[in-house]
Design a protein around this ligand. Sequence first.
Ligand code: UGA
Length: 467
Amino acid sequence: MVEIKKKRSSFEVIMKKALFIGLLIVISTTIKSVESIDWQASKPLSVAVIGTGYVGLVTGVCLAYLGHTVVCIDSDRKKINTLKNGACTIFEPGLEQLLHEVTQKGLLTFSTFNPEVLQDVQVIMITVSTPTLPTGQSDLNAVYSVINEVSSVLSSSFKIICLKSTVPIGTTNTIEKLLHDKGITDEHFALVYCPEFLREGNAVHDFFHPDRIIIGSSYPRGIRCMQQLYEPFITHNIPFLYTDPLSTEVMKYASNAFLSIKLSFINEMANLCDASGANIHDVAQGIGLDKRIGNAFLNPGPGFGGSCFPKDCASLLYLGKHFGTSLHSVKAALQINEEQKKKPVEKLRSLLHGNLQGKIVTVLGLSFKAHTDDVRHSPAITTIQLLLEEGAFVKAYDPVANEIMRQLFPTITYCPSAYEALTSADACIIMTEWPEFKSLDIATMKSLMKDRYLIDARNILDCEELA
Ligand code: UGA
């Protein structure tokens, strides 16, 4: 029997003058260590990973950890030099340690693009970014320019080309046609689409514990090569799904869109619970126990962000239009998300009787979620924008994203600690579920703040303790 926690309001605990509002809850996923992983590929391959962003760097480092020889390639010389000097270019828990380990073993090297580097590799992985244009169309310039560069080495040797970037429906087939049009025959390449399902902040763990590996290809040699590359996963019974590239392309978008819809749904339910006095945590737990629904991705929050869900939903809508089919659920998920991102400031405004002018508001957490320094589409951006528009002064703190957010909002005050950000503040909004915010000392917060309005947009603080 599962015990439902003592019922409490998901939203309000009133303490003297202070109003502590628990909007939503996110339980951060434990970053599991990879030290216990001793999987090794029995027939290591030599791999070039082109595009050394989040997906490329994590994939390159982790493939090297499996024993493959990897060269990570990027056109950004500064980035490559930084990596060559042993520094990690992204904040990703556990990655730096693995990076040092595999570079010391000589399994991972870095290079700017140079056809010579590709001469001896067996697999070319494409992990460049595919940003969404304002129309929702994906910008595939980076993918096609890599294909152009790579095509020059294909005529002299056989390579497996493995596309990892999220790409619109039909892209893999277009690439195949492009190569054929250049006179490169199937004797020189095999093409595979093998999308990545890594979550930022959990990417190393996700790499070694995937729910599934999807292989979209009509090239038997390409499929065999992927089996060799991911052999340790086959040995450890990770499901492999083999299908055609078109279905794989849809699958990648459908996964992210489905999760976006799930999040927008639970966020709407949280708002309904807030309005009616019901407890969203109990509701989420109750529905999540139904195996058909599942308990993952039911933590409401200030809206989803990051480089994937907003971009992939927008691309999917564009693709829906292109193929003449409506995708109402995806459209609604995005609309609900835009509204949800405004909620923390709306809550604060209503507490302060509609006037934020001149108030000092502390924003704790700037990245789009904990364990990453990525601020792309972060709900904190909407919060800061709205606060500034309404005449508030913003003091911000994030354990790792201060400097990145400074590029977007250079004029607000960035603090070196949460307590410093809280000093003399009228109000505080917690935007990201960083563990250090969960252990903030309430008495210290109370003594530091001028006034004590608190919006906990992730509901990470204990309402009973606050009361
Ligand atoms: C997402 C997918 O989860 C990955 O499987 C996929 O590979 C990746 O996109 C991609 O396409 O590259 P990511 O965006 O890094 O990964 O992060 P998530 O952990 O999925 O979180 C996305 C957003 O949902 C964040 O803003 C997070 O705060 C929010 N979220 C997530 C919630 O508000 N509640 C939850 O219960 C879970």
